[in-house]
Design a protein around this ligand. Structure first.
Ligand SMILES: *Cc1c(COP(=O)(O)O)cnc(C)c1O
Length: 422
């Protein structure tokens, strides 16, 4: 009989894992590397590698300008339709374009201009800094008429929901939050928050960067107004791959993009001297899409559509429960504490472990132990669990090597503070 902490237990879980074979769909040059950073940059899907080769060699080199009429022009919509299926949206509501930050800017400006009498934006202190910077910038652009209210967090892991709901009144123009928070992995009940915000007449915008591709999302069913998200994390789109945005059908013609570019014009090739927005979601395009990375990313989505998010979430939960159970047994005695919610229903697909020497431990793991997590200030080691390529053995080895680093004092050889780029 093996116990939870034996490696044989991990092997047994792997042998029962119905998604195990999907690891073969990825390009994995170093099989000994334990890669637990899929929530920052997902692994390369083999069909993406093949696709980018074809795009460069044939479509770019051969087709040249004709490529625009052979599938490039509509690619923001086509890739958007695939992502729509992954976020629970009916067709014609999702576009792939720009970065998450730029899409957030466009939709926040559109939302604030659509609620002219209201002066408050509600978010939380767990949100991703770029999102908060964008909000601050929008407020400044609109003449400092709005106030950004950040609901506090309880212990930096969960938001104070009472404070969040108390902040909702008829002065709130927009509620915008990360569906899964980047540090602690707290997972909002997006349906409940959306309903409460809409009850006071506010618009609701979710950032799905840490949830898209990791768990089932039902934007239409939840009645969400607006959403953005990135594609290079769990969607495995590749470094800097373009992001997506969602605008609920009924809102599309009521909202204006703050960037009036030719791709958002109703007839871009008429080269009219006056801007007339396209009907529908297309008005949220600005300029030419990054075709190479867009098509590469699009190819990666097919794998996820084939597997389905219910099965991905099931394994994600198993992996994270397993990691937390091992951490309780083996890492808590060494000074680690859980930096994520214990409740499965309120946790995304990464697990944060906190340790006062977290930064030095992360350096030792990366430099000496062939484990790649990432580190977030002040003391969070984040482990992104990507069900399509991470195994239970990956989790076991990561915990085993974390324990070894601290037991052997390996982290003491590294400086206590980060270099400029982490
Ligand atoms: C990853 C992430 C982003 C990324 O923004 P980019 O503009 O695409 O670099 C934005 N918001 C959140 C919540 C994220 O997790």
């Amino acid at each position: 009989m093996s116990t939870l902490t034996d490696l044989s237990h991990a092997h047994r879980l792997d042998s029962q894992d119905e998604l195990a074979a999907y690891r073969n769909s990825f390009v994995i040059p170093d099989p000994d590397l334990i890669y637990l950073d899929g929530n920052s940059l997902g692994r390369l899907v083999a069909c993406s590698a093949e696709r980018i080769g074809r795009v460069v060699e044939y479509e770019w080199a051969d087709d040249l300008i004709r490529g625009w009429n052979a599938g490039w022009f509509e690619s923001p919509f086509r890739a958007g339709a695939k992502i729509a299926q992954l976020v629970g949206a009916a067709p014609d509501q999702v576009l792939v374009t720009d970065s998450t930050s730029a899409n957030l800017f466009k939709l926040v400006m559109a939302a604030l201009l659509a609620r002219p009498g209201r002066t408050r934006i509600v978010s939380d202190a767990l949100n991703f800094p770029s999102d908060l910077y964008v909000l601050q910038g929008c407020i400044r652009l609109l003449g400092d008429r709005h106030h950004l209210h950040l609901a506090p967090s309880a212990g930096e892991i969960e938001p104070d929901l009472t404070a969040l709901f108390d902040a909702l009144d008829d002065q709130v123009a927009l509620v915008t939050l990360s569906h899964v928070t980047f540090k602690s992995s707290y997972l909002y009940d997006a349906h409940e928050v959306t309903c409460r915000a809409q009850r006071v007449g506010a618009l609701v915008l979710w950032d799905l960067s840490h949830s898209a591709g990791a768990l089932p999302i039902a934007l239409d069913q939840w009645g969400v107004d607006l959403a953005v998200g990135c594609t290079y994390k769990y969607l495995n789109g590749g470094p800097g791959s373009p992001a997506f945005l969602y605008v609920r059908q009924e809102l599309q013609d009521q909202l204006d993009s703050p960037i009036w570019g030719w791709w958002g014009h109703t007839a871009p090739f008429e080269f009219d001297l006056h801007y007339r927005p396209a009907g529908g979601i297309g008005r949220f395009l600005a300029g030419s899409p990054p075709i190479l990375s867009l098509l590469t990313m699009e190819a990666a989505l097919d794998l996820m559509l084939e597997v389905g998010l219910e099965r991905i979430r099931r394994k994600s939960v198993q992996l994270s429960e397993y990691m937390i159970a091992l951490a309780d047994e083996r890492l808590a005695p060494l000074g680690f504490s859980l930096g994520s919610p214990r409740s499965t229903a309120r946790r995304g697909s990464h697990v944060s472990l906190r340790h006062p020497a977290g930064f030095r431990i992360s350096r030792a793991l990366i430099e000496e132990m062939s484990v790649l997590p990432d580190f977030r200030q002040p003391d969070n080691l984040r482990f992104g669990l990507a069900p399509l390529y991470n195994s239970f053995a990956d989790v076991w080895y990561a915990v085993d090597r974390l324990a070894a680093v601290v037991e052997e004092g390996r982290h003491l050889n590294y400086p206590a503070t980060p270099a400029a780029v982490t």
